[in-house]
Ligand binder design. Sequence first.
Ligand SMILES: [Zn+2]
Length: 148
Amino acid sequence: MTRLVRLEESVADGILTYAQDSYPREAILILRGRAEHDEILIDEVVIPPLATHGSGFSTFTPQMLPMDFRLMGVLHSHPSGALMPSIEDLNHIYGRIMMIVAYPFRSYSNIAAFDKEGSRIPVRIVPVSRHPDASVDRNGASANSRTL
Ligand SMILES: [Zn+2]
């Protein structure tokens, strides 16, 4: 049972920027970090390999990802502005949590986290704890693509 998601500020900024850049297409990002008791810290997001812009979250295939113990879940954007998972989204939860960023992707209040039942989990924006430059890791994403 996850009671709190701590999201590093630079990661939150990267999520908003990436969603803005992808708009009006849907953006998908892998959430990496660690779980501690009933809290999850997200300190990195990675563009998934094979994420084809515009194809949508429901066609995303996490089975193609390498084994990743730091993978906490997947985030996708809702260009519609709906800050809640669709039924389709809830059928495709991968990892411990699902996060959604909703249009207009302008503030941290546009970012929400949900558990497997679709219940909202509070998100707290926290200062960067380790990697000062962690945000959207474009190089990491291309490295993963080569692995596949
Ligand atoms: Zn969705």
